[in-house]
Design a binder for this molecule. Structure first.
Ligand SMILES: [Zn+2]
Length: 349
């Protein structure tokens, strides 16, 4: 029999009970139980001395993990949400949404989407995937800068920044809020050429989205302002390209025309950062046909979602997502005509 499949050894059992040192002395559990039958005298209660120290405060907001030889850190940037009647699934069934949220033990009268970014150390490169929302979502968001400071990384140390697509929750942290100067001064900036050309072209078409007609001009102007401010820094890439000794650019169009995902590989390990291919760990996995309000090409987005999730489910690929629950790591399982997101347990070793 393989040692790992043998019954729990008595020594291990005692270790788990905190009794390893006593193992050699004890003839059996029964004897130990008899020895400890005498109850200890109760301790007198300490006198009350005012309220206990508060345990409230901010969370760390970063989570370290590895992909083979690559060091990685998931970085919380904040998030947004609202009442279910303002949910970002315009074609979704409200009752089904509420039922899916309740089944996942979530409040079922509102939705919430976290914002996550990913930092990796790949050899001599420090690689940032997306830059958070900066000042665009108000003072409770745009935490990326403070998260980087908390792990001791200065913006000028980052050597490569990839923008997955030109939405504010991903590009807002690329430029200084006041001066509009680049934050990541020493980094090469990468974007899919198709994405850049869509937004900076003569007439980006947002008619497929659920963005109110009167807001579409502002959305386009915001993307153009950021993309053009960094014009001299962009390096244009295309899906299928392999870069930095372990990163493949994955075609993931639909949410925006040039939206890309990122497949990291080192040794036997992989991580697929699917970015905005899926937006909610419960609703979007349970209802993969529901387009998201900001999808520029909704039907293409649905097809991309199913294609990437089918592949990840079949290959049991480890996943990271821009809007998954922090630290945004997990897996996908296919169940009939839909999917389930499986959160990866934290590893604090
Ligand atoms: Zn997003």
């Amino acid at each position: 029999m393989h040692p790992n499949t043998s019954a729990l050894s008595r020594r291990d059992a005692l270790r788990f009970l905190g009794l390893a040192g006593a193992a050699a002395l004890l003839p059996s559990f029964a004897a130990r139980a008899a020895d400890s039958a005498t109850p200890a005298a109760p301790k007198p209660a300490a006198p009350a001395a005012g309220p206990a120290p508060s345990l409230a405060g901010t969370q760390a907001g970063y989570y370290r993990f590895k992909i083979g030889e690559f060091e990685a850190v998931g970085l919380d940037d904040g998030g947004f949400g609202g009442p279910l009647e303002q949910s970002p699934w315009p074609g979704g069934n409200r009752d089904k949404m509420a039922a899916d949220l309740a089944a996942a033990f979530l409040p079922n009268d509102r939705f919430a989407l976290p914002f996550n970014n990913l930092l990796l150390r790949m050899g001599s490169e420090l690689v940032l995937i997306d830059a958070g929302c900066g000042p665009l979502f108000g003072p409770t968001n745009g935490k990326l800068a403070s998260r980087l400071a908390a792990i001791g990384i200065k913006p000028e140390q980052i050597t490569a920044v990839f923008l997955s697509h030109a939405h504010g929750d991903h590009f807002g942290g690329l430029l200084d809020a006041q001066t509009k100067a680049p934050i990541f001064t020493n980094a090469q900036h990468f974007i899919n050429r198709r994405e850049f050309e869509f937004w900076t072209g003569s007439s980006p078409d947002l008619s497929g989205t659920a963005i109110p007609v009167e807001d579409r001009g502002g959305a386009i102007a915001g993307a153009q302002s950021c993309l053009n401010a960094l014009k001299s820094k962009w390096h244009f890439i295309a899906p299928g390209e392999k870069l930095l000794g372990g990163l493949e650019i994955i075609d993931a169009p639909g949410h925006t025309p040039g939206h890309i995902a990122f497949l990291f590989a080192s040794g036997q390990e992989q991580l697929l950062h699917f970015v905005d291919t899926v937006h909610h760990h419960t609703v979007s996995f349970a209802n993969p046909d529901w387009a998201f309000a900001y999808d520029v090409l909704p039907q293409v987005a649905v097809a991309t979602r199913k294609k990437l999730l089918d592949r990840a489910a079949a290959d049991r690929t480890r996943l990271f997502g821009a809007h998954m629950p922090f630290p945004a790591l997990g897996y996908v399982r296919k169940v009939g005509d839909h999917y389930e997101h499986v959160l990866e347990p934290l590893n604090l070793g």
